[in-house]
Design a protein around this ligand. Sequence first.
Ligand code: AMP
Length: 151
Amino acid sequence: MPNLQDSDVLNRSISSFLIPAERVAHVQPDNNLEHTLLVLVKSGYTAIPVLDMSYRLKGLISKAQILDSILGLERIELEKLGEWKVLELMTTDFACVDDETPFERVLSLSINHPFVCIENKQGAFMGIIPRSKILAYLNGYFHDKRKKSRA
Ligand code: AMP
């Protein structure tokens, strides 16, 4: 087992894992749930960021939240999809760090969050780091390490 403290694995800049803002599927606080569900289903993502007109991060919204919100006691209340806005349902409890945060912190947030949102020091949304990018990097790192130790 490699000694992580002796390696540079944790010193990697988080910028190399970033999916930039322009490639992140998102909705706006005033969008209705119907539009949001379409974006979520078509993109295949479980949850996506909510950004305002100035690309400021306001929250996250997920398929599960939307589906839960339309489940009535006796029927699925589909009409709510057109009536309710993202603002009324989104969560404001999410993982967000600035773009100078050490990799180790993002790694630790990834345990409980499928993606970590990245802002710059001015609070502008820069993008996200999904858990898969972190795992792919660690997988590659350990793979290389094993290959070198066998050589
Ligand atoms: P992954 O680790 O690649 O499975 O991604 C984890 C989660 O990050 C996905 O389920 C989405 O919620 C989010 N995600 C990943 N890539 C994007 C993207 N390009 N736009 C919006 N959300 C994304």
